[in-house]
Design a protein around this ligand. Structure first.
Ligand SMILES: [Zn+2]
Length: 337
């Protein structure tokens, strides 16, 4: 090990010390405080590999992984939540279209994603295909406003709660589907604001912080933030909007709601730093700062993700057209691992 002997006992002590120092921070006045870093991407549209934008290499999950790992290392892995706000598998590369998203889920499974909300594009190859992807994902899928038309059963989880630094982070997912497309005939979409009004009171009872992980577009996000009480933060997608520092909307009762979105095609990964303070039994959001981190040529590509994508890449272009904005398409099996 680089010519140094490692003492496991010493190593354990150091680890415990680091844990003790980082797990409970205190503000200057002695109030316990917590720092959470939220990372987010949206509308990647099957750009699994880096690609050329005006002759310059950008994006790709190998770059995403490098940035996410670096932030996890800097901030402590248990301070970081990584979210995907949908539209991963429509209009995608050969890997995406040939596997109808199965290859994408295999890649996302290596990213340490905390939750995702499917985009309309995830529904184009059909509800059954998306259920298969959900069963293969190692992270929860949130579709708070999507139900089966026939029996009214929720399509997937509506909400989830993660505990980060002792803070209970409640997430709800709000989607957009084209009910008129054959691929979505079996489903029904509840208006996002109605679903939010239905889900948030219960979520708020069990969470300190409420995040809407949405794939409904910036205009719908703004309306939601302004009209539905109880939302702290909206992580959005669908409109491919580049919000360099997020956007702040005044919610009902004057509560400020931060909306973030990271453009498209993995040009960027978004980062939100959240500072919370303990007040009695609850954690109160004190401060938030949002920015976009460019996934440009200065970011090295993670070799393990690069080689995984190469291994999953189909030998031939699929005969069928890629999943697009109309209906379900044919399938090709994912190559053997
Ligand atoms: Zn979309």
């Amino acid at each position: 090990m680089h010519g140094r002997t490692y003492n496991p006992v010493m190593r354990t002590i150091v680890c415990l010390l680091v844990l003790a120092l980082t797990s409970v921070l205190h503000a200057a006045d002695g109030t316990p405080s917590a720092h959470i870093v939220l990372l987010h991407v949206n509308d990647s549209h099957g750009h699994t590999q880096s690609w050329l934008d005006d002759g310059k290499s950008v994006g790709g999950y190998a770059r995403v992984k490098t940035v996410v790992d670096a932030i996890r290392q800097q901030e402590g892995v248990d301070h970081v939540i990584f979210l995907h706000a949908g539209d991963e598998i429509s209009r995608g590369d050969t890997l995406t279209s040939a596997t109808l998203g199965e290859g994408n889920i295999a890649i996302l499974n290596l990213m340490g994603i905390a939750a995702w909300t499917p985009g309309n594009g995830e529904f184009y190859p059909g509800a059954a295909n998306l259920q298969k992807l959900i069963s293969e994902a190692n992270f929860p899928t949130l579709t708070g406003n999507i139900r089966y038309r026939l029996d009214g059963k929720p399509f997937a989880d509506e909400t989830t709660i993660l505990t980060v630094q002792g803070v209970r982070v409640g997430l709800l997912g709000l989607c957009f589907i084209h009910e008129e497309y054959p691929s979505s005939w079996v489903l029904k979409m509840e208006p996002p604001a109605d679903a939010a009004r239905r889900l948030i009171p219960q979520l708020r009872k069990n969470a300190d912080l409420v995040i809407a992980l949405n794939h409904i577009g910036i205009d719908a996000d703004r309306k939601l933030a302004a009209s539905v009480p109880g939302i702290d933060l909206i992580v959005g997608g669908h409109s491919h909007t580049v919000l360099r520092e997020g956007e702040r909307v005044t919610g009902p009762a004057g509560r400020e709601v931060l909306i973030v979105q990271a453009g498209e095609y993995l040009h960027y990964i978004g980062r939100v730093d959240l500072e919370l303070q303990r007040k009695g039994d609850a954690w109160i959001l004190q401060k938030s700062a949002a920015r976009l981190i460019p996934l440009d040529a200065t970011v090295p590509e993670d070799p393990a993700i690069k080689s995984t994508i190469a291994r999953l890449w189909p030998a031939t272009q699929p005969a069928t057209a890629p999943a697009d904005d109309t209906a379900a398409m044919g399938t090709t099996a994912l190559p053997a691992k």
